[in-house]
Write a protein that binds this ligand. Structure first.
Ligand SMILES: Cc1ncc(COP(=O)(O)O)c(C=O)c1O
Length: 374
């Protein structure tokens, strides 16, 4: 049987034969030099305007919760998931069995894509956030994609006409990523009422907390009314906790019970404790939202000034028409130390830019003016 000592000897022999020991690189020295080379501080790198993160988070309260977790946060989660579920259920006015905590809402999207994709066709807009649709397709599902309307919003009439008895799930991302557009809440409510007897309606509300009228636009009333809907929410956006991986579903208990067995991740304690703190920190949420709105104003104003078409956004990103090659535009921004997003078919000349800080968006506005006005 191999022992740790044997393994150590084997490694030494390997290094010796490769001449690495002569170069002074022991096993631990080697791995620490790899770590030093690859673990760059993101804040030292280019300005990230590409991933819809939120540089105003996490809140002080969330950071404190993580710091307090250093002693025991390495253990498996015990009560944290239950506590967070209780808080969410209480605020939303549903019972706890309507809530499922997942590793980011991305895990939930994939669970739904897998579960419903095995049962029937998935209907979704194009372009929209690709995680649910992509995972469903990768696991063998048929996906029906319906173009957005002229205003780059979900075409609810066309979506409804594609829903048949063969459809298992309709994915509606509202507000939509990558267009940043919002559906009129009452139209979405009527859509849900019409479609839910044929297929489950999955409403991705990743950005709903950023809206001024978030209560009016969230479809929680449909869950409470017992409709066949799933809401997806996340701590990645308003809470600025994208890397901490906490999201949740709100749905009827029978739908939650169907999804739960497909969960792959154990939840991480630090993320959960940070989420518990941030969820109760309403002043931080108001601050985060107001900063993102300020960033949007700066960015929208720059597009107006230059005369570039854009979709007025209610999220933390904007899709705008570069009027040319997005790759070329992105390369020029890279030279100014900024990473911007990409295009989304069929809008080949349009580019998505995520909100950084207000100062960073000021720099983006300057770079934009220099690019277009010379
Ligand atoms: C619409 C939408 N849904 C879900 C997610 C996934 O977020 P997370 O897995 O970080 O919760 C994103 C991330 O950008 C998104 O834009």
């Amino acid at each position: 049987m191999a022992t740790d000592q044997d393994a150590g000897l084997d490694r030494r022999q390997i290094f010796r034969s490769a001449g690495l020991l002569a170069a002074g690189l022991t096993a631990s020295g080697w791995s620490s030099s790899i770590a030093a080379a690859s673990l760059k501080k993101v804040s030292d790198g280019p300005i990230r305007l590409l991933a819809n993160e939120n540089p105003y988070g996490p809140s002080q309260s969330a950071q404190q919760a993580m710091a307090d977790s250093l002693q025991d946060g390495w253990m498996y989660a015990t009560s944290e998931g239950r506590v967070l579920r209780k808080l969410i259920a209480a605020r939303e006015g549903v019972a706890e069995d309507h809530v499922l905590i997942t590793a980011g809402s991305g895990e939930l999207l994939r669970m739904a894509g897998l579960s419903f994709g095995q049962e029937g066709e998935i209907v979704a807009a194009k372009p929209t956030f690709s995680m649910l649709v992509g995972y469903a397709r990768n696991t063998g599902a048929t996906v029906r994609e319906i173009p957005l309307d002229q205003e780059m919003r979900h075409d609810l009439v066309a979506l409804e006409s594609r829903v048949t008895s063969a459809t298992s799930l309709v994915y509606v991302c509202n507000p939509n990523n990558p267009t940043g557009t919002l559906l009129p809440a009452n139209q979405l409510r009527s859509f849900i009422d019409t479609v839910e007897s044929l297929a489950t309606v999955f409403v991705d509300e990743a950005y709903v907390d950023l809206l001024d009228e978030s209560a009016h636009n969230a479809m929680i009333d449909k869950v409470k009314a017992g409709k066949n809907v799933i809401l997806a929410r996340t701590f990645s956006k308003i809470h600025g906790m994208a890397g901490l991986r906490v999201g949740y579903a709100i749905a009827r208990p029978d739908i939650i019970a169907r999804l739960r067995p497909l969960q792959m991740s154990f939840l991480n304690v630090m993320g959960l404790r940070a989420a518990i703190a941030s969820y109760q920190d309403e002043s931080f949420q108001a601050y985060s939202k107001s900063k993102i709105q300020e960033c949007l104003s700066v960015t929208h104003a720059a597009f107006e000034e230059i005369g570039l078409a854009y979709t007025p956004s209610v999220t933390n990103f904007v899709l705008f028409d570069t009027g040319g090659s997005v790759r070329e535009f992105a390369r020029a921004m890279r030279q100014k130390n900024m990473l911007v997003g990409r295009s989304y078919a069929p809008y080949e000349s349009w580019c998505r830019v995520s909100m950084g800080t207000v100062e960073q968006m000021g720099q983006f506005a300057e770079a934009l003016k220099a690019y277009y006005k010379g």
